[in-house]
Design a protein around this ligand. Structure first.
Ligand SMILES: [Mg+2]
Length: 233
């Protein structure tokens, strides 16, 4: 019997890698420059949100008028991407999580497994974040923060793009959404996909569990265990 074709949609931050201070600084500086107000982005605030939504939160906090949002979003996004390019690797505290390289390499060995992104990052930001780890080649397609304001806008886009890119049709039972927040799990449920969550931040564990992922892992170090969850063995 031939094995079913499986599509895996990966989140980036907190799932594949920890972006470190550079990314947070780039975003806070971009918002500060455009709004001319000091901004502090708490660690964990961005988890599960799209970049436009994170920025919009600060616009609301600063009392910006709704009519101004589209222009401000555009200005801040543009500046953020410039600063991210400059600052991303400047602090040396970002890293790819243990086991991710091994997992992706192993998945690439399977002819029936296809990889894509489902991330709230703006596409250019996603590419900047993945580049130092050589991960862009593994994840050539996906849905990004440019594709919708809400994370829940993204799963359909990710699936459609992946099906066009790989010229395949994926059954819901053969789609896996892999992330580190309850929002990722919710996105998977929208596609009736299998959901795998890794708990990187213990304070999110309860929320993740209550979103009822099919599999929950404490880390990504046991490649065999992850593969068997992905393959539904
Ligand atoms: Mg994440």
């Amino acid at each position: 019997m031939t094995e079913a074709d499986i599509l895996i949609l990966f989140d980036i931050d907190g799932t594949l890698l920890s972006p470190g201070k550079g990314a947070r600084n780039a975003l806070s500086q971009a918002i500060e420059e455009v709004l001319e107000e000091p901004v502090k982005i708490e660690r964990g605030f961005c988890a599960g949100k799209t970049d436009p939504m994170i920025i919009a939160n600060f616009l609301t906090k600063a009392g910006c008028m709704h009519e101004e949002f589209p222009l401000l979003l555009k200005l801040i996004s543009k500046r953020y991407l410039e600063l991210l390019e400059e600052k991303y690797t400047a602090f040396d505290d970002g890293f790819m999580y243990p086991g991710i390289q091994e997992l992706l390499d192993e998945l690439m060995m399977h002819g029936n497994i296809y990889l894509a992104l489902l991330t709230g990052n703006l596409e250019k930001g996603a590419r900047i974040k993945l580049e130092p780890y050589g991960l862009n080649d593994y994840l050539p397609v996906g849905a990004f923060g440019d594709d919708g304001f809400m994370r829940t806008d993204l799963p359909r886009v990710a699936l459609q793009r992946s099906e066009i890119f790989y010229d395949m049709k994926f059954e819901p039972s053969n789609i896996v959404v892999f992330g580190d927040t309850a929002d990722d799990v919710t996105c998977g449920k929208l596609l009736h996909a299998r959901t795998i969550a890794v708990v990187r931040n213990p304070s999110l564990e309860e929320l993740i569990i209550s979103s009822k992922p099919d599999h929950v892992f404490k880390n990504t170090e046991d490649t065999d265990l992850l593969i068997s969850a992905i393959m539904n063995n």
